[in-house]
Design a protein around this ligand. Structure first.
Ligand code: CAA
Length: 259
């Protein structure tokens, strides 16, 4: 597929990189962009050579939110009948391989929500996060009121959503919204390093760990722990478990074969 709003490449033959590419609109997330993103993510997810995916933007903006120019004329009937957001923004939730958000510049509104839907966020020191929808007479609509409080707690989530103030990278790291902050010129190296590390582990363990952590957001503790226990038990059926433990016992590097 020829993409108009994103760029897609592979690094080291095993990391899929998707770069949001609407620079004039600070990567505002249009319907077409979200369609393309869904196609690209699904293609990487289905590609056996790919072990991890990085989603990134430009230095100035990861994404400045949903496309306000397009939304301005939408009516309730348009968004409800057209299943706005649900129709194509949530494809990322079905991606089983890890998706790392490498965020520099603005991650606002839908941009912050998209980053939070990724599995973890590595931020450049110029990153700024916010849910400024209230300034537009709307509220966050791509999961911000649900994922932000889970990430940073109620008080900061309320503060950011009700006042529309932005959080800088240092505050985002303190609050647990991002996992690491690095200098802007090191952002892609850092994200790629993390992705390559993940690629070298057993794909089965990686998928299972992601699935189990995501389950923690949907279930109570006892059921969540039982879900984890069953997956943990299942890993003992893999060749990779034998390889990983044999390699440790014999003081050598494991060679996982993802089976
Ligand atoms: N949609 C469409 N266009 C956008 C945009 C957006 N979300 N954000 C920025 N742009 C456009 C601007 O209109 C501008 O275009 P022109 O050059 O044609 O005028 C261009 O990008 C550059 O933007 P600015 O001139 O405003 O750049 P700045 O550096 O002065 O400010 C900014 C940057 C603070 C990010 C500012 O652009 C801004 O506040 N953007 C809107 C942020 C926002 O409200 N996001 C939430 C959107 S609603 C949403 O996301 C709903 C949801 O939950 C799904």
């Amino acid at each position: 597929m020829a993409y108009q709003n994103i760029e897609v490449r592979t690094e080291a033959g095993k990391v899929g990189v998707v770069t949001l590419n609407r620079p004039k609109q600070l990567n505002a997330l249009s319907n077409d962009l979200m369609d393309e993103l869904g196609v690209a993510l699904k293609a990487f997810d289905a590609d056996d050579a790919i072990g991890c995916i990085i989603l990134t933007g430009s230095e100035k903006a990861f994404a400045a939110g949903a496309d306000i120019g397009a939304m301005a004329s939408y009516s309730f009937a348009d968004v409800y009948k057209g299943d706005y957001i649900t129709r194509n923004w949530e494809t990322i939730r079905s991606i089983r391989k890890p998706v790392i958000a490498a965020v520099s510049g603005f991650a606002l509104g839908g941009g912050c929500e998209l980053a939070m839907t990724c599995d973890f966020i590595i931020a450049a020191d110029n990153a700024r996060f916010g849910q400024p929808e209230i300034k537009l007479g709307i509220i966050p609509g791509a999961g911000g009121t649900q994922r932000l409080p889970r990430a940073v707690g109620k008080s900061k989530a309320m503060d950011m959503t009700l006042t529309a103030r932005m959080m800088d990278a240092a505050e985002a790291e303190r609050a647990g919204l991002v996992s690491r902050v690095v200098a802007l010129d090191k952002l892609m190296d850092e994200a790629l390093g993390a992705a390559l590390t993940i690629c070298d582990y057993s794909r089965i363990s990686v998928l299972a760990a992601k699935e189990s952590i995501n389950r923690s957001f949907e279930t109570g503790l006892s059921d969540g722990v039982m879900f984890e226990r069953r997956l943990f038990h299942a890993t003992f059926a893999t060749e990779d478990q034998k390889e990983g433990m044999d390699a440790f016992v014999n003081k050598r590097k494991p060679q996982f074969r993802h089976r």
